[in-house]
Write a protein that binds this ligand. Structure first.
Ligand code: CP3
Length: 344
């Protein structure tokens, strides 16, 4: 047995059977014990910035399930907060930001605040690391610039990113200024997470699939590439997983263009295409549909087996195509893990 953790081994190109497994949003509202500790704090960001609570939320799913990784409990919207933008989360409403409207609003963002404002997240990372066993990998993360910019400009979730897409197309120099600030803040933040003990990083570009090819190259591939380069300049061996959700055939260009070690694919990506086009380039992570996980039953089980059959013969991490939904029955997750581990 190698003493290198399984998640790191697959991200270095090894094939492991059964594959390592964790789930996006493995911590969160589907767990009663999460809802319990979450109810102690009204504003979600305050919860994220309380290291004892965030570390506990990180550990909760690991007590129930045999996951190979812990993902630091935080949110992608801590970066706008770190830059001085007003960000609140009201219970059940999702994020509300003081939306950026002009180039002056972009100019007001303050990179010098990031380190101090996000210091509690670093304390969370240290606390998690202190209690981690020697087979579980700690994943740090951040949102990618376009996805974070979208929330900063729209001011809330549940949009199609209309204002953001128009700003990027009509005033690209201003939009580039925002992307530059986000690239710098995000790189600093991720480097700091690794300094504090994160072993793998994931970049969430949840809204990448909104963009046509030319814009995808400019606002998705290029900023993610710059962040990978900046992080690797300081920490050359830390594996980075990219997640340009809904990128379709552009997943391949994303992998080639950014230099990531892993690619997290959404549930619409055909398995055979991913095995043929992506797996020769890097480790593939995914891609059980989160709604199938929520429904459970034979349809879910067959899908899990199909994913293992097609992607399990190369470097692979079992995961979802997007985060665990709040209504997901806990038993369905236990069942998926049994099948992945081959104990079912
Ligand atoms: O377990 C984990 O995966 C770690 C924690 C984590 C959260 N958010 C906790 C969270 C991670 C990795 C994220 C990433 C995130 N946050 C993304 C990228 C992934 C994706 O889902 O596309 C995005 C777009 C966000 C922004 C965000 N955070 C929104 C739009 C919302 C509201 C919608 C919702 O699901 O409630 C959040 C809130 C949020 N982030 C919750 C959790 C557990 C729920 C808030 C609560 O408990 O009150």
């Amino acid at each position: 047995m190698s003493n290198v953790k399984s998640l790191i081994r697959v991200l270095n190109g090894e094939t492991i059977t059964p594959p390592p497994c964790w789930l996006m949003r493995q911590a969160g509202r589907y767990l009663p014990e999460y809802r319990e500790i979450r109810s102690t704090t009204e504003n979600f960001l305050d919860f994220c910035f309380t290291p004892e609570l965030a570390a506990e939320a990180t550990r909760q799913p690991l007590r129930r399930f045999d996951f190979d990784a812990a993902i630091m409990f935080s949110d992608i919207l801590v970066i706008p907060h770190g830059l001085g933008q007003k960000v609140t989360f009201k219970q059940g409403e999702g994020p509300i930001l003081d939306a950026l409207e002009t180039s002056q609003d972009i100019a007001k963002l303050d990179l010098s605040l990031v380190r101090i404002r996000l210091a509690p997240v670093m304390q969370t990372v240290r606390e998690i690391v202190a209690g981690l066993d020697n087979s579980t990998t700690l994943i740090g993360f951040a949102g990618s610039p376009f996805t974070v910019a979208l929330y900063m400009i729209e001011g809330r979730g549940g949009t199609e990113g209309t204002k953001t897409r128009h700003w990027a197309a009509e005033r690209p120099d201003e939009f580039m200024a925002l992307m530059n600030v986000l690239c710098m803040a995000t790189s600093t933040y991720l480097i700091e997470q690794v300094n504090c003990g994160a072993e793998v990083l994931q970049l969430f570009d949840s809204w990448a699939g909104l963009l046509p090819e030319s814009q995808f190259r400019k606002w998705i591939i290029e900023p993610n590439r710059r962040i990978v380069e900046s992080v690797h300049a300081v920490h050359p061996n830390v594996p980075i997983i990219g997640f340009p959700r809904n990128a379709g055939v552009l997943y391949r260009d994303f992998v080639e263009g950014t230099g990531v070690q892993g690619i997290s694919i959404d549930s619409t990506v055909p398995l055979r295409w991913a095995a043929k086009e992506l797996q020769p380039l890097c480790t593939v992570q995914g891609n059980l549909d989160n709604h199938l996980l929520c429904s459970g039953g034979i349809t879910m089980e067959e899908e899990v087996r199909a994913i293992l059959t097609v992607l399990g013969s190369g470097p692979f991490i079992f995961n979802l195509g997007h985060g665990v939904l709040p209504l997901t029955p806990v038993e369905n997750i236990a069942r998926v893990i049994e099948i992945v581990r081959g104990t079912a």
